[in-house]
Design a protein around this ligand. Structure first.
Ligand code: ADP
Ligand code: ZN
Ligand code: ZN
Length: 682
């Protein structure tokens, strides 16, 4: 054999592999599938992935270019890993290279190999040593023990829903199941790796500290978007080379190379953050299930409020359901949930800047007792809009169908969609009125108001604005854990996962808007969010002379069935009812969907393109809905429209999408379009 042909996946929008020649005679290197390779592409040189090595090509040999160099330093990526990327590419209708390549650390994709050669040497020497104070595993309660044993002893593909109320000690179950699996595979011939996914980057330090303390002798890798390139490379390599036994990460970690993967855990599996919302719009949870299936290993999906998809599978018996009904810490109980009825006539609720007298009294009580409170408001900034009373001018973003949000602290108006910002105008740009009014409330305003009400209180706001600097979120949470905060104000960032020890009150400011959203998933999400944020309270037993833990929700719709379910912590009934509604309305999980989006300078062009898209293929058996403008139609001077396609059969939808997308690609329209499979925001 003189030459061989490398089938190479490249990070380009072109949906095929490229053939390159490798002159075998001239080199001692025999390229293998799974190796990275440097190749010429147009006028550039790029790094691609060898997907297969063939003897011949359909392209005449003299038309093919020579590959430049094979990255032999790196152990080839496994066939399983390539299969995972291939599946994701097929399922989400993207080119393989766009799935496989961008997820690799930058240094691996770099043209020069110096940093790679360095990193590999360093890893060889250092392993992944760390210094944590070891902590013994606590004694599990019987329900936890049963769950941990069931997970650790499962063989083959065994999807399990770990359905446990907030504070029931799910993390402990994961860790002890992991310990059992690691103990069984301690010999070098049968090593095990365990992947633990968490939804929020801010939850990784807490979990990491926990895991390090429990497994002082085990190498751990973390993978999330907050790592510097060098760190990311080390962690990725430790996982790829099989050195790291426990891998913690956010959604992107699902695409990492894990040659000895034996167990996958998806914590808070219902969380929307598992869905990537741009580029390759994958669901890390769904890919995790596929990966477990492909490897024939167990997977645990943990949640207090499982997604309806997962709940449906558990009800139908496809997934096993393990339950933890009680909080793990002795005598800790779920908080009492109360509604503050803002519509009540007598006695009418006295409001101070959006905070009710009842809530203020509850906050005051906590302050007096030295306990912490959390106020949850899912809207950052000072006020969502400023307006002029005399001419009705309102702070619209000129580039988006959105308001400019008032950020009082840095004296700016900001669009949260396109990033546009300007100084706060001194007077109305239309009529000159100097008395511009902020309308509505964001976290900054609530912070300011509460400080006025409680001048002595130590108030801390945690949201995307207050935690922009690297490490600042962690520092903020540490302050809370050290007890240096009386009242914590925050967005959904603070609602998830955190184990606050001295928090006995959660106030929810204005959740009502989500009750009447056009998005049929809004109530599922609101319910999960309320249960999650409620779950931050009462995580330890009530202290003597201390307060019982309590959640107070301010609402104008106190009779709404969703709140009734939140009050009784009754996810089962709520989920069953929602599932029934979904079935009747033919919504997911009883229907499979894909969303084609189009963007253009004018709405009409985008809509025309979508109409064309309907007409360009045969679509029997597939429901093609009418193209419509997106709810947020204009973003950054671009109009956006969408077309929802549906089918009761996933394979039928997949088969259709394949043909459809190929046809759309050939249309070579100048309209920018993208496809989302299993969309969540529609
Ligand atoms: P979840 O993830 O289910 O909300 P966590 O895993 O955060 O709950 O556990 C809640 C708290 O209970 C933590 O402080 C944890 O240390 C504690 N805990 C868990 N299991 C036990 C146990 N068996 N005995 C005592 N404390 C426990
Ligand atoms: Zn005006
Ligand atoms: Zn904008």
């Amino acid at each position: 054999m003189e030459n061989c042909i490398l089938k190479v996946a490249l990070d380009t929008p072109l949906d095929f592999c490229f053939d390159y020649v490798w002159a075998v005679e001239e080199s001692t290197v025999r390229p293998l599938a799974g190796q990275l390779v440097l190749v010429p592409f147009g006028r550039r040189e790029v790094v691609g992935l060898i997907v297969a090595v063939h003897e011949t090509s359909e392209v005449p040999l003299d038309k093919l270019k020579q590959a430049i160099a094979v990255r032999t330093q790196l152990t080839p990526l496994s066939a399983e890993w390539i299969a995972l990327c291939t599946f994701a590419a097929d399922y989400y209708q993207r080119p393989l290279g766009e799935v496989a390549i961008p997820g690799l650390p930058k240094n691996l994709r770099a043209l020069k190999t110096t940093s790679l050669d360095k990193a590999i040497k360093k890893l060889g020497k250092a392993g992944a040593v760390h210094d944590a104070t070891p902590i013994a595993m606590p004694q599990l309660n019987p329900a936890q023990q049963e769950a941990a044993d069931a997970i650790a002893s499962a063989t083959g593909f065994a999807p399990t829903l770990l359905y446990g109320v907030t504070g029931s000690g799910k993390t402990e179950v994961y860790l002890q199941a992991a310990a059992q699996i690691l103990a069984h595979s301690s010999d070098e011939h049968n090593p095990a790796q365990i992947l633990i996914l968490v939804p929020e980057i801010n939850l990784t330090p807490q979990l990491e500290a926990n895991v390090r303390a429990r497994f002082p002798d085990v190498a751990i890798a973390t993978l999330h978007s907050g790592l510097a390139e060098g760190e990311r490379m080390m962690h990725w390599l430790a996982a790829h080379l099989g050195q790291a036994r426990i891998i913690l990460g956010t959604r992107l970690a699902i695409l990492s190379s894990l040659p000895h993967l034996k167990l996958i855990i998806v914590d808070e599996e219902h969380d929307p953050s598992y869905k990537q919302q741009e580029g390759l719009r994958y669901s890390a949870r769904d890919l995790a299930v596929w990966r477990a299936h492909q490897l024939n290993i167990p997977i645990v999906l943990g949640s207090a409020t499982p997604s309806l998809e997962t709940w449906h599978h558990a009800q139908s018996g496809r997934y096993r359901k393990l339950e933890l009904r009680e909080r793990a810490v002795r005598d800790a109980v779920l908080p009492k949930v109360g509604l503050i009825d803002l519509e009540r006539k007598a006695p009418r609720e006295q409001m101070t800047e959006g905070v009710s007298a009842t809530l203020i009294a509850a906050l005051k009580l906590r302050m007096e007792r030295g306990e912490q409170s959390l106020l949850f408001l899912n809207r950052r900034g000072y006020a969502p809009v400023i307006a002029c009373d005399s001419c009705r001018w309102i702070s619209n973003c000129t580039r988006c169908s959105a308001f400019l949000v008032l950020h009082k602290l840095d004296k700016r108006l900001r669009c949260h969609h396109c990033g546009y910002e300007q100084r706060i105008p001194r007077s109305c740009p239309t009529c000159g009125n100097v008395d511009l009014q902020p309308l509505g409330r964001g976290t900054q305003r609530v912070e300011e108001n509460l400080q006025a009400i409680f001048p002595e209180a130590r108030i801390l706001r945690i949201d995307a604005d207050s935690t922009r600097r690297k490490g600042s979120a962690q520092a903020a949470f540490d302050t809370v854990h050290r007890g240096e905060v009386d009242i914590l104000i925050g967005t959904q960032m603070v609602a998830k996962g955190h184990d606050f020890q001295n928090l006995t009150l959660v106030g929810v400011m204005n959740p009502d808007t989500a009750l009447f959203s056009h998005d049929y998933r809004a109530s599922e999400r609101l319910f999960a969010q309320l249960m999650q944020v409620a779950g931050r309270a009462g995580r330890v037993a009530q202290k003597e002379g201390g307060s019982a833990s309590e959640v107070l929700i301010q609402t104008r719709y106190s009779q709404h069935p969703l709140y009734a379910a939140v009050r009784t912590h009754d996810y089962d009934t709520f989920a069953s009812e929602l599932l029934e509604e979904r079935q009747q309305a033919c919504f997911p999980p009883f229907m499979y969907q894909a969303l084609l989006r189009a963007e253009a300078k004018e709405l009409k062009i985008a809509l025309d393109f979508l109409h064309q898209a309907i007409d360009c293929v045969e679509h029997g058996g597939i429901t093609m809905n009418d193209p419509i403008p997106m709810t947020m139609t204009r973003v950054a001077n671009v109009d956006r429209a969408q077309l929802l396609v549906e089918c009761a059969s996933r394979p039928a939808l997949q088969a259709f999408l394949k043909v459809w997308i190929a046809t759309l690609r050939e249309m070579k329209s100048r309209v920018r379009w993208s496809l989302e499979v299993d969309p969540v925001d529609i």
